[in-house]
Design a protein around this ligand. Structure first.
Ligand code: UT7
Length: 330
């Protein structure tokens, strides 16, 4: 009997634009305060992709090039690129196609995956399945979002939360017992009412009225999403470690989606994890949607040790949520 192939993360890359939008800047734009934003969300500043003709592909492409350079990989060796995003350059073609062209990944097939803030988690499981099938040996998953393109900077309840950024991982067949071990993914479309973008899709194509009514921006009922997020993210993370016969003591790192520091604290608490085991970049980058988790891996890479048990966890629009257990491979 042939042995089961397991997928492993073998490299990470990241990219954030240089321009910062601080809480002090936002105080000049809407009725808010640095103190409110910090205590209610944990965010101090975010990065914004500025300039004409710059889209999400301009975040994803440099993130993958960073990964290739670190790993000594030529982009032409990549077999598949999955771009997790809700802010594609255009409705079609897929931003993954545009990224592949920009980086010279001439042998890759590529597609976008839309699962909002859980996009990267969905991408990891999808990419790992391609490796596990035995058909592919080099799959890149990039989480990239230019959230500033869909944020209404006159709405104080959402503009304080989001930022732009991208992170990427390379998946290859594991050579040992490390790799992507298990994952629980969920979705519930009845949650769409609380977090969505009203217009621009086939249901309500763009018109003068949709623009006037500001329907091309993020619509979020924050409190409702908050309640579902705390329960959803904590429940799956606890279930995942339990069904793998682990406790908080066995987990080296929690890598949570960075939507709100209070949601992250509740999840860590429920898993019995101390704060120093939790990766946090929300303070500097805000919520970069599909970018949050791979950007954490990118920044914490030097602290990760081979064999570390790591839990990735997310909750977001859809609703979508989930958790993934990884034994770090390098
Ligand atoms: O990643 C995708 C998933 N998204 C999430 O997980 C986000 C989940 N939701 C949240 O993180 C939080 O609900 C928010 C950060 C969006 C809001 O925090 P909250 O503690 O739930 O605040 P709230 O909506 O209950 O508002 C409390 C008060 C309100 O004033 P009143 O009605 O009590 O007078 C708001 O109008 O805070 C007010 N408020 C603000 N005040 C200053 C709302 N936004 C602001 C602001 N600055 N930016």
């Amino acid at each position: 009997m042939s042995q089961k192939i397991r997928a492993a993360i073998t490299a990470v890359g990241g990219f954030v634009p240089d321009d910062k939008l601080t809480n002090a800047d936002l105080e000049k734009m809407v009725d808010t305060s640095d103190e409110w934003i910090k205590t209610r969300t944990g965010v101090s500043e975010r990065r914004i992709l500025k300039g004409e003709n710059k889209g999400t592909s301009d975040l994803g492409a440099p993130a993958i090039l960073n990964l290739c350079q670190k790993r000594g990989l030529d982009p032409s060796e990549i077999e598949c690129i999955i771009c997790c995003t809700v802010t594609g350059d255009m409705t079609f073609p897929a931003t993954a196609n545009i990224i592949a062209d920009k980086i010279g990944a001439i042998n890759a097939w590529s597609f976008d995956l839309g699962a909002a803030c859980s996009g990267f988690l969905y991408g990891v499981t999808t990419g790992a399945s391609l490796i596990e099938s035995g058909r592919y040996t080099k799959v890149v998953v990039v989480g990239a979002d230019k959230m500033s393109a869909i944020v209404d900077y006159s709405d104080r309840t959402t503009c304080i939360l989001f930022g732009d950024g991208a992170g990427a991982i390379l998946l290859e067949p594991s050579k040992d017992e490390t790799g992507i071990l298990d994952s629980i993914l969920r979705s519930d479309g009845s949650g769409a009412q609380y977090l969505h973008m009203k217009a621009g899709g086939s249901l309500k194509p763009a018109s003068i009225e949709t623009v006037t009514r500001k329907e091309h921006f993020i619509y979020q009922e924050g409190q409702a999403v908050f309640k579902f997020a705390v329960k959803g993210m904590a429940d799956v993370s606890a279930e995942l470690i339990e069904r793998n016969n682990l406790t908080g003591n066995d987990i080296a790192w929690l890598v949570p989606h960075q939507a709100n520091k209070r949601i992250i604290d509740a999840t860590a608490n429920r898993m019995g994890l101390s704060p120093e085991k939790v990766m946090l970049n929300i303070e500097r980058y805000g919520n970069t949607t599909s970018g949050t988790i791979p950007l954490c891996l990118w920044e914490w890479e030097s602290k990760l040790k081979k064999g570390d048990n790591i839990v990735l966890a997310a909750f977001g629009g859809g609703f979508t949520w989930g958790a993934t257990l990884i034994k770090w491979s390098y």
